[in-house]
Design a protein around this ligand. Structure first.
Ligand code: TRP
Length: 378
């Protein structure tokens, strides 16, 4: 389904990959042209970022529905740290209200949020330079949703292919207003801090279009307040889960960042391969084997074809040995840092508190500006 050919994983590791909880691979064909445009624009943006990182504010985030995994790491997390280290101002939202789009209650929310902060810290998100915050702690952000909702039509909301797909896969029998409108909420996530760069997977492109539309219409109606943010998209390797389908928090097929070496070995041991002994990298015809090869290649910063060739006649057992060792070696320092931070949850909470304080300050200022532009009551 993914029309983007995986590229050399050394470069590809910088690229975001689609990753939501629901399976959003089934983006309509109309999206393919948009992908190509976004890819071209993203290459251009990479150049601009290198020249003047200070011109960019990145906004990105995750829903706190479960542990972050290797798919997130190589897809998006790694890229956030790269951007941060290039000198871009990075905002990471833990999208707690967004959890409620496809389920009645957000389970174990505090636990998931703290685990997420731990993951961010462990991979190198630096709270001195980047801002980690969550939806429900920033009221002014959420208030932006009201004027923003007035800027989009029901017909436009209805056309969003990612929302359509998520509705089709939702565990709820009815579609809530939040599910239907969350791309507008996401526009508030991005625009409250005037984010102008959003690293996304292709499933998020329609949402970014909503954000751009909201910004443009707001500016047209009330005067210039918001930037029209760019998507930062590139050809990303799609890591499959251990069952050969997309790696996803909710499918029980993922290897968590915080998994132990033993858990990792067990999960990889149970991964789906095929009967052919000779190991090759052929994602189209051998998805299970190729995804394992890709995982090893990403961990080793090597080309997947070379990794496959080296394993050669080693069969599934040889492949799994290589992958397990590659993952455990690559993740060891991250896991060690994670364990260290986990011993001090007070610190973890203080990181989120400080991020929320900063987000609140910015959201308040933006909301004032919005009220001023709209001529409303203060
Ligand atoms: N929808 C994103 C996801 O499921 C998470 C998210 C919420 C987000 N708000 C955002 C991503 C703003 C980028 C910008 O992965």
């Amino acid at each position: 389904m993914n029309p983007m050919k995986p590229m050399n994983p050394v470069n590809a590791a910088t690229a975001p990959v689609a990753d939501t909880d629901t399976d959003t691979d089934a983006i309509t064909d109309a999206g393919a042209g948009a992908d190509a445009t976004a890819l071209r624009r993203s290459a251009e943006l990479e150049g601009l970022i290198r020249q003047a990182p200070g011109r960019f504010r990145v906004m990105t985030g995750d829903r706190p529905t479960g542990p972050l995994h290797l798919g997130h790491y190589f897809g998006t997390l790694h890229n956030r740290v790269r951007l941060q280290d290039l000198g871009v101002d990075v905002f990471v939202i833990i999208a707690d209200y967004q959890v409620l789009t496809d389920r009645d209650v957000a389970d174990r929310l505090t636990e998931h949020m703290e685990a997420m902060v731990l993951d961010y810290l462990a991979i190198g998100v630096d709270p001195e330079r980047s801002t980690i915050f969550n939806h429900s702690a920033v009221p002014a952000l959420n208030q932006l949703m009201l004027p923003f909702l007035s800027l989009v039509s029901v017909a436009e909301l209805n056309r969003n292919p990612t929302v359509k797909d998520e509705i089709a896969h939702s565990r709820q029998s009815t579609v809530s207003g939040l599910m239907f409108t969350y791309p507008v909420h996401q526009a508030a996530d991005i625009l409250f801090c005037k984010g102008n760069l959003v690293p996304v997977g292709r499933d998020q492109l329609p949402h970014l279009e909503v954000t751009r539309t909201v910004a443009r219409r707001f500016n047209e109606r009330y005067g210039q307040v918001f930037p029209e943010p760019d998507a930062l998209l590139s050809a990303a390797p799609l890591l499959l889960g251990t069952d050969g389908t997309k790696m996803s928090k909710s499918r029980g097929n993922s290897i968590a960042l915080g998994a132990t070496a033993d858990e990792t070995a067990r999960l990889i041991k149970g991964a789906k391969t095929d009967a052919e002994r000779h190991i090759t990298y052929e994602p189209e015809t051998r998805p299970g084997v190729s995804s394992l090869v890709l995982l090893a290649a990403l961990c080793l910063d090597r080309d997947p074809h070379d990794v496959a060739e080296e394993i050669g006649g080693g069969g599934a057992a040889g492949l799994k040995r290589t992958v397990t060792e590659a993952v455990n070696t690559r993740m060891a320092p991250i896991r060690a840092r994670r364990a260290e931070y986990a011993r001090d949850l007070g610190y973890v909470r203080s990181v989120l508190r400080a991020g929320n304080a900063r987000a609140n300050e910015i959201a308040g200022a933006t909301l004032d500006e919005v009220r001023g532009a709209m001529g409303g009551v203060r």
